[in-house]
Design a protein around this ligand. Sequence first.
Ligand SMILES: [Cu+2]
Length: 122
Amino acid sequence: MRSGLVVLEVVTGVVILASCSNSTSPNGGGSNTGGHSTTITVSDNTFQPTPDTVAIGSTVTFSWAPNSVSHNVTWDAGPTTPPNSATMSSGAYTTPALDAGTYTYHCTIHVALGMQGTIVVR
Ligand SMILES: [Cu+2]
């Protein structure tokens, strides 16, 4: 009985260690790390990369991942206000040329799940 408890504690410790090492991959390589791309992938509940840093005057293309559910790109704030995308489950939406500053946007359907992003233009 007593030794059984000790074994359980050891096993639990190993599981916790394993999950820790999984969540801290090198260079912060998670699903929402920043980047420098004029293409942002729209997949279920995430925009990648975000924050995304691009050059002044860039257009950014949001590309829906295969088999995604319906999402949209709805702008919150920025130096200009690009048109919002349609709600769609495939295809792509390209912004007009972006001005210097920080744009924020979200998906109206999944914002409660953290589906939002930032584009830094400089
Ligand atoms: Cu969505």
